[in-house]
Design a protein around this ligand. Structure first.
Ligand code: NAD
Length: 500
């Protein structure tokens, strides 16, 4: 039977996507047609913002920022709004998951994974609500003696352009919007063209929560021209971006004109180090393969797509990894038995298949390696793919493939494992599996990665997340988010005329 998601589209009552500028929803020109990655069906249309609409959105954010309608309102009002929004997200979790399944085909079953769930996004808003009345500075003792005050203040940074990828719209919307609002900034948001309907609904709920007009504006459409118009806009103070390294580099280039502040959350080639003393090799293999296949089909920035495995447990790991791969199911994202999504578009499908061909020259294919056919032929499905005996310098061990492809690299001792783990241009995440507590901390300190998981991995609202090396600039989460959306100001004041 041919796969279709049309009944679900009708059930959620999907409407044409509109822009949201200065408190007004403006009619969509409908110039972008979104096709479902699992079926190729047309899901809906949304506006591609013109340059003048981007200008209007930035101007609205600027006016709202200068007015202080949001940043100067009572702290209690802002705290209550952010909590109210968190509650609204939780109330609408099912609807949002359905919209996401229509946008990017991430299966409903994956909703139970905390890190990218609606619940995690709601928690991020609750967490940042707590910062609103705690953005204090310091009062320092006079350095030169005498009678004066030296103080610091944290001021909201200004107008933020927030640009999102398609793969985790709930969490990544929250990771940018919650701290920017908590800090008192105003925002122009651009969702990915592959997850627009989900984000537009999240914005509708924010409007329902009572956000003042102009505080958050939304422009939709592809990176070029809509994203470009934002990152080159002279009146944007900061670009907060999550996406590919290539676009991240373009943003750094474009920021030079007006020296915009830039935060970048980019890609990775994260290693999982499986030591011979791991408490449970089968479980380690299930976690590693699950991260590269379940839910997002490896289209996750922090997925551990390189497994570095000690030679003593190498065969056992490979056997368990193949077993785990055989349990991954594909199809209708609304079917509770479906565990993983297709690749987001045909371009990504071709790219991943190209890496798989390369992998056949560079390693030993032990599982998968093919596009899935039959009922799934109209979608961009590729099954779990495992390459063994890969040299760490191989293309498939070095480049971010963004698909369900795991490269397994053997190692002989801890020193070699750490060297291989760090031998990459990226540094987003790393995982290690060991029962030796001293080794766990010793190795985690030596890994050049923003987040390290010991026998497991989780993203939490109060933990900074971000990358070393070419995986990014800055951090999101916890107090690092607040620093990212504020400027620090020093104020000096003599208390007598002698210091003048
Ligand atoms: P992408 O870079 O193709 O697109 C991301 C966003 O940038 C989209 O909204 C896109 O429209 C926009 N864009 C594209 N070109 C632009 C330009 N010239 N100017 C301004 N905006 C532009 O990435 P994607 O395919 O949506 O997401 C996948 C990438 O995101 C992967 O590399 C993944 O590792 C990374 N990612 C990182 C994190 C993290 O937290 N570090 C999280 C999720 C995804």
């Amino acid at each position: 039977m041919t796969l279709t998601v049309q009944p679900h589209r009708e059930a959620v009552g999907l409407k044409a996507g509109r822009l949201y500028i200065d408190g007004q929803w403006t009619a969509a020109n409908g110039t972008w047609t979104h096709r479902h990655p699992a079926t190729g069906e047309v899901i809906g249309e949304f506006a591609v913002a013109t340059r003048s609409e981007v200008d209007a959105a930035v101007a609205a954010a600027r006016t709202a920022f200068e007015s202080g309608a949001w940043s100067n309102s009572r702290a209690n009002t802002r705290i209550a709004l952010l909590h109210r929004y968190a509650d609204l997200l939780r109330e609408h979790a099912e609807e949002l998951r359905a919209l996401q399944a229509l946008d990017n085909s991430v299966p409903l079953s994956f909703g139970s994974i905390y890190a990218i769930s609606v619940g995690a996004a709601a928690d991020v808003f609750d967490h940042h609500a707590g910062w609103v009345d705690k953005l204090g500075g310091q009062t320092l003792p006079p350095y030169q003696g005498g009678d004066h005050l030296a103080m610091t203040f944290r001021e909201p940074l200004g107008v933020v352009a927030a640009i999102l990828p398609w793969n985790a719209p709930f969490l990544l919307f929250a990771q940018k919007v919650a701290p920017a609002l908590a800090a008192g900034c105003t925002i122009v948001l651009k969702p990915s063209e592959y997850a627009t309907f989900t984000v537009l609904r999240m914005v509708e709920l924010l409007v329902e929560a009572g956000l003042p007009a102009g505080t958050l504006n939304v422009v939709t459409g592809p990176g070029d021209p809509v994203g470009e118009a934002l990152i080159t806009h002279p009146d944007v103070d900061k670009v907060s971006f999550t996406g590919s390294r290539a676009v991240g580099k373009r943003i750094v280039e474009a920021s030079a004109g007006t020296l915009k502040r830039v935060s970048l959350e980019l890609g990775g080639k994260s290693p999982a180090l499986v030591f011979a003393d791991a408490p449970n090799i089968g479980l380690a293999a299930a976690i590693v393969v699950g991260a590269v296949t379940m839910g997002l089909s490896g289209q996750a920035c922090v997925a551990n797509t390189r497994a570095l495995v000690h030679r003593d447990v190498y065969d056992e790991f490979l056997g368990a990894a193949q077993g785990m791969a055989s349990t991954i199911t594909y199809g209708d994202p609304f079917d509770p038995g479906v565990l993983a999504c297709p690749l987001i578009n045909e371009r990504q499908l071709e790219r991943v298949l190209g890496y798989i061909e390369k992998g056949k020259e560079e390693g030993r294919l032990v599982t998968g390696g093919e596009r899935l056919g039959g009922d799934l032929a109209a979608g961009n499905f590729v099954g779990p793919t495992i390459f063994a005996d890969v040299d760490n310098s191989a293309t498939i061990a070095q480049e971010e493939i963004f698909g369900p492809v795991l490269a397994v690299v053997p190692f002989s001792d801890e020193e070699e494992a750490v060297r291989l783990a760090n031998d990459t241009e990226y540094g987003l995440g790393a995982g290690l599996f060991t029962a030796d507590v001293q080794r766990a901390f010793r190795v985690s300190r030596r890994l050049r990665a923003g987040t390290v998981g010991i026998n497991g991995f989780q993203i939490e609202p109060h933990l900074p997340f971000g990358g070393f090396k070419q995986s990014g600039l800055g951090r999101e989460g916890g107090d690092s988010s607040i620093e990212a959306y504020t400027e620090l100001k020093s104020v000096f004041m003599p208390l007598t005329d002698e210091m003048m």
